[in-house]
Design a protein around this ligand. Structure first.
Ligand SMILES: Cc1cc2nc3c(=O)[nH]c(=O)nc-3n(C[C@H](O)[C@H](O)[C@H](O)COP(=O)(O)O)c2cc1C
Length: 200
């Protein structure tokens, strides 16, 4: 079976993050984001793709800051309230019943009840005709110890980080499940040594 090339988003299970920002006037904003990823491993930068008409984009441009919050799948209702196109003067935390999680390094607050908070500063914007790519640097990363061990490994069966599969009729919310299979990073390298690991 073939699909139209424009349906390419339907073949990827996507993460769902909540991106929180604050405007220059101090109005809090939160929006779900699926086009978002760390850039490679183990660096500190992330990239998100934004349509041009987004309060999130305006706030990031104005303040140079944003927080990537990872919601558990139980937060789906609040996430969908945040997806509504409220005007910029509306505090979307209030609309969705969300509480601020105080950030340490930036002014933009995170969101209580999330599993992890990546405070980011704007590094570069790559502007295209219809969308923009925002590259950010994580300047503070915090996780809820209820769902992560001392090494920062997520117990994702307990945490239920929200993800989604986009279909022709709408979104299906999912969360990852252990397949029983795993691999060491070193398996990717001949001789079992990771190229990026520090030299002895
Ligand atoms: C699950 C989900 C993922 C989304 N991902 C994106 C995205 O990656 N980029 C984007 O521009 N909009 C995305 N949206 C749409 C925005 O969240 C939505 O337009 C929101 O109202 C934007 O809010 P803002 O104008 O306050 O920034 C997504 C919506 C949902 C429900």
């Amino acid at each position: 079976m073939k699909l139209k090339p424009s349906k390419r988003e339907q073949i990827f299970p996507l993460p769902v993050a909540l991106v929180s920002t604050v405007s220059n006037e101090g109005i809090r904003n939160a929006a779900p984001w699926s086009n978002i990823t760390p850039i490679l491993r183990p660096l500190e930068e992330v990239v998100l793709a934004s349509w041009l008409k987004r309060d999130t984009l305006t706030n990031i441009r104005e303040t140079g800051e944003f927080v990537i919050n990872i919601p558990p799948v139980e937060m789906v209702e609040a996430v969908m309230v945040c997806s509504r196109n409220y005007p910029p003067e509306v505090d979307e935390f209030e609309m969705a019943g969300l509480k601020s999680h105080i950030s340490e390094e930036i002014r933009a607050p995170g969101i209580e009840g999330c599993l992890a908070w990546a405070e980011c500063t704007l590094v570069e914007e790559i502007l295209r005709e219809k969308f923009s790519l925002i590259i950010g640097k994580v300047v503070n990363l915090e996780v809820d110890e209820k769902f992560f061990d001392e090494e920062g490994q997520m117990d994702f069966e307990k945490a239920k980080p929200m993800s989604c599969v986009l279909g022709s009729k709408g979104l299906t919310f999912t969360c990852p499940k252990d397949s029983g299979k795993s691999a060491d990073y070193s398996e990717m390298f001949l001789g079992g040594k990771e190229a990026l690991s520090p030299k002895p």
